[in-house]
Structures are given as C-alpha cells and as structure tokens.
Design a binder for this molecule. Structure first.
Ligand SMILES: Cc1ncc(COP(=O)(O)O)c(C=O)c1O
Length: 395
C-alpha cells in the first residue's frame, strides 16, 4: 500500500514513539498525584513538554490546555466562548470551508440560539488576484457585527491545502473586538505557526497530523492581549484549572512535544522537508498529467507557495468519479472529493463552496504527500493510478 493520504493522518515518527515509550509503563504514575515522587516526576516531565510546545508555537505555557485532539479543542473553544456566562455577544462567524469539526459545532450552537454567519471563499474561477479557496476578506468584514464574539478561521484547509490570510482575518476581527479561533490542525508541520505574532486568541490542533500519536491535541486559549473566557465542556476532577477535567496524558503530551519540535524545522517553507515534499508532489502531478487528459487543479495554483501547502494535491478528472478511481486502484491510499459517511457519498462542501459543480466535486480526488513518502513510491503510485484509469475507460 502506498500511502498518499497525509491530510487524513500521518504515521507516528519513530523518534516520537521512542520518546513516548518510557512514560507508558516505566514512569506511569498519575501526574496529578503530587503526594509521591513518582507522580511529581511524571508531572515535571509533562510540564516540561508543555513548555516546549508553548515555545514551539509562540504562546505562553499558561494558555495551553491539553485535549484529546482537535475536535475536542474546537468544541471547547467555540462552545466555551459562546456559552460563557459573561459573554454578552451572540454572533459567530465561520468560514464556509471549515472542517466539519467546526461547522457541526456551529450548527449545534445555532440550534441553541447563537447566530452564525458563513463567509464565502474565492471561487475557483475568480479571475482576480485572490487565490481560489481562500477566504473573501471583504465578505468577512461585511459579516462581522458589534455582536460578533468569535471568528473561526482555519489556517490551512484539509482538502485543497489553501493557506488563508490569517493576519488579515485577525486584523478585521480585532477591529470589531471579536476573538479569533484558528483551527491550525493542518498547518502545524507544514507552515510556520506563531500564535503571538499572528495575534491569535484561540488555536486548536491534533498531534496525529504532525507525526505524533492519535488521541492527543491542544487548545491555546488566551495568553495574548485579549482576555479569553471559556466555559468548561468536560467537568470532573478539576484538572487544568477546571477548564478540562480528567487525568492528563503524559506519554501523549511528551510525544506531541517531540513531534512538534521535529515539525518546527519541517515547517520552514524554504527548509529541506517542505522542499522535498513539494518536489514529490510536483513529480506526481507531472506523471499523472503526462498520461491523463483533462485534469484540473482544485484550489490555489501549485506554484503559489504562499497560498497552498507543499504536500497537497487536489484535482478533478474529466469523466471518472473519484470514488470509482479509488476502488480501481486499491494499492494507493488517497481520498475522493466526497465524504462517504453514508452509503450515498455527498460531494465535498469545500469544492462546492468554491463554485465547482456537484459533478466536478464527485470527480475530484485529494492526495497528500508527507515525510515518509519516497520518489519510488510516487513512481509506483503514478503507474497504478494511470493503469487503473485506463482499465476503467476500457470497461
Ligand atoms: C482542519 C481539521 N480540523 C479538525 C480536524 C479534526 O481532527 P481530529 O479528528 O484529530 O480531532 C481535522 C481532521 O481531519 C482537520 O483536518
């Protein structure tokens, strides 16, 4: 199996596994047991890891909450801000191409009375300066009202790899005194993230997207100029200042810190890993384009490094549906432009939001290239994908 689905998840880096192992069965004490040395030793290592995460993303350690992953972080950020008893504002903005982890929380809050505005992105055929799939900043400015408490804006889109102009979003939101929550799940390890410099108020992430283990993530809440008040969503033992109860996960947190320190060098757009991944991505695109007619890129141009992450490929075929192609090429793991959470796959809301037709969205695929991908794998995958399409056209 050739794995080309790095946006869905990444393998845990061996160095991360090594760093994590001692904290599973050798030093296993509860980090909240401060009555004995074993507990204090684990707490010290875990707190050191949290300091290291904070340093890597430019946020104070005191603003970090450890969670089970981005979905939990996002729930805590959005529900936490909007339902806090001292929050007097009842309006929230989301970008229309957010991950369901954001959109579904927004819908749920909407059902309980919160007003939600969805802001459009630039269409595929924009014709102007703006990169397709990135947020329309004029529409954002128009959507924000004096009642807006929170603007939810992802940094990198998980389907088309579009990099949103987050500093501009922050400037517009802060001018109206609204907080910004950034889902940085797909950004970490791909592009630099500096919470303080970007002016972000809340940031969500998951370790498994940057070569860490699944089931651990973080939320940055506050720590900058603006005060962030969160209503806890999980209550219990009062850990993490009562904002996220439950025994913390020292092995996972230490692993996440290790993964992040490895990712920090990778995220340099001019650095070795990003450049290598870009070369592989372009190699795959050239192979496919060389043998298959009518392929069209979805999202920003591949050459636009400031608007698209290097390992992402998303395009549509002329006649075959993505799901069909995937089934015909079982040796390559990639994903289609439809979400198959049911027997009747629905076309991607991201592609539809960019103005692609339902049919184009169904004929779309997403491929993600990452740290462990090799040039030989790209060659093999390209061959299998082309062969599969030729077989489909003959039948
Ligand atoms: C942009 C984005 N946000 C949130 C999530 C949710 O992450 P998790 O499933 O780790 O909670 C994902 C995962 O695909 C994602 O890509």
């Amino acid at each position: 199996m050739i794995y080309l689905d790095y946006h869905a998840t990444t393998p845990c880096d061996r160095r991360v596994v090594e760093a994590m192992l001692p904290w599973l069965s050798d030093s296993f004490a509860n980090p909240h047991s401060d009555s004995h040395a074993a507990g204090r030793q684990v707490a010290e290592a875990m707190n050191g890891a949290i300091e290291s995460i904070a340093g890597a993303i430019g946020a104070p350690a005191s603003s970090l909450l450890m969670t089970s992953g981005a979905t939990e972080s996002i729930n805590l950020a959005m529900r936490g801000v909007m339902t806090h008893p001292r929050n007097r504002r009842n309006h929230m903005v989301v970008c229309s191409t957010e991950h369901p982890a954001v959109l579904d929380v927004a819908s749920d809050l909407q059902r309980s009375g919160v007003e939600v505005s969805h802001v459009r992105v630039h269409p595929q055929q924009s014709g102007g300066e703006a990169a397709p799939g990135t947020i329309d900043l004029d529409a954002l400015a128009a959507a924000i009202t004096p009642d807006t408490a929170l603007v939810n804006m992802m940094l990198v889109n998980n389907e088309i790899g579009a990099i949103h102009p987050i500093r501009e979003v922050v400037r517009i939101a802060h001018a109206a005194d609204a907080l910004v929550h950034c889902d940085a799940t797909q950004a970490i390890g791909r592009i630099p993230l500096d919470v303080a410099e970007m002016g972000l108020d809340l940031v969500s992430a998951s370790a498994h997207k940057f070569y860490g283990p699944k089931g651990v993530g973080f939320l940055v809440a506050g720590g900058g100029e603006r005060r962030v008040r969160l209503r806890p969503q999980i209550v219990g033992g009062g850990q993490q200042q009562g904002l996220r109860s439950g025994t913390m996960n020292p092995a996972g947190i230490i692993a996440m810190a290790t993964a992040l320190s490895l990712a920090k060098t990778s995220a340099d757009p001019h650095g070795g890993e990003s450049a290598r991944i870009e070369t592989l991505r372009n190699q795959l695109w050239d192979i496919l384009r060389g043998s298959i007619d009518g392929l069209e890129i979805n999202g920003p141009p591949l050459s636009d490094r400031s608007s698209r992450v290097s390992g992402n490929l998303n395009f549509h075929l002329r006649e075959v549906e993505g799901e069909t192609w995937m089934a015909a090429a079982p040796g390559v793991a990639f994903s289609s432009g439809s979400a198959c959470s049911s027997s009747d796959p629905v076309a991607s809301h991201v592609l539809l939001a960019m103005g692609l037709s339902e049919s184009q969205a169904r004929r779309s695929v997403r491929m993600g290239i990452g740290r462990m991908t090799t040039s030989d794998e790209i060659e093999l995958a390209g061959r299998e994908l082309i062969d599969a399409l030729q077989r489909l056209r003959l039948t």
